[in-house]
Design a protein around this ligand. Structure first.
Ligand code: SAM
Length: 218
């Protein structure tokens, strides 16, 4: 998602109560930032943040961190936060490739990836947020029983993600190629902005849940 650059969006974000500066070394300090020891769930590529804000509102016993690369996109989310403040959520404007600078070993309980950019050219495969290169980063920050949840309508990206998970020897806990018609996996589903847009066009939504190697969930 690229919105037209909004002049001053970086400065506005830097001064925002909910936004953590990307230059701050937060690794290992998230429980201090939130002032409690609740689990930490993050969404990478949150866009305007509809999904993560709905989760944060629904689950006050969990802390959420939304990560977004572009300040003009993140700004839209922060504007919503002004209207309905939530204390169990923070945002960072950063590229996911720097994720290990922001979270320490086993600090994160869950990672959401929703409608990540497909990067269709083979030579860009490592930029896909479900590539084995990114899985290796997630493995460093996730708790041993941590999971990733990934949704997309892009079948090529979904097939690629299943392959990468297999090759990285993560455990595929569940998957569907038609989430909205899968009673079990769709229970409690919160639609993202892109999910609303693509399902309205009739595209089936794919979803997978995967856990770290050797961490079969009960
Ligand atoms: N997750 C939202 C949804 O489902 O409605 C937005 C999906 S949009 C297609 C993908 C988002 O991921 C964009 O806002 C983009 O800027 C962000 N993004 C892509 N690559 C990223 C990266 N490496 N680090 C952080 N954000 C990224």
């Amino acid at each position: 998602m690229r919105l037209r650059n909004i002049p001053g969006s970086r400065e506005t974000i830097a001064e925002n109560h909910w936004c953590i500066p990307e230059t701050e070394d937060c690794s290992g300090t998230w429980h201090n930032i939130f002032g409690n020891s609740q689990p930490i769930h993050i969404e990478i590529g949150m866009g305007k943040g509809k999904f993560i804000m709905a989760l944060a509102k629904q689950n006050p016993h969990i802390n959420y961190v939304g990560i977004e690369k572009y300040s003009s996109v993140l700004l839209r989310g922060l504007q919503k936060m002004e209207e309905e403040p939530l204390e169990n959520i923070r945002f960072i404007r950063m590229d996911a490739e720097d994720i290990c600078k922001m979270f320490s070993h086993e600090e994160v309980d869950r990672i959401y990836l929703n409608f990540s950019d497909p990067w269709p050219k083979d030579r860009h495969a490592k930029r896909r947020l479900t590539s084995h290169q990114f899985l290796a980063l997630y493995q460093q920050i996730l708790k041993k029983d941590g999971i990733i949840e990934f949704k997309t309508d892009n079948i090529g990206l979904f097939d690629f993600s299943l392959e990468e998970i297999k090759e990285a020897e993560w455990t595929l806990e569940a998957f569907t190629r038609d989430l909205h018609h899968d009673e079990n996996m769709n229970r409690g589903n919160i639609m993202t902005e892109y999910e609303e847009k693509f399902s309205a066009k009739g595209n089936p939504i794919c979803k997978l849940v995967a856990s770290l190697p050797d961490a079969k969930l009960q």
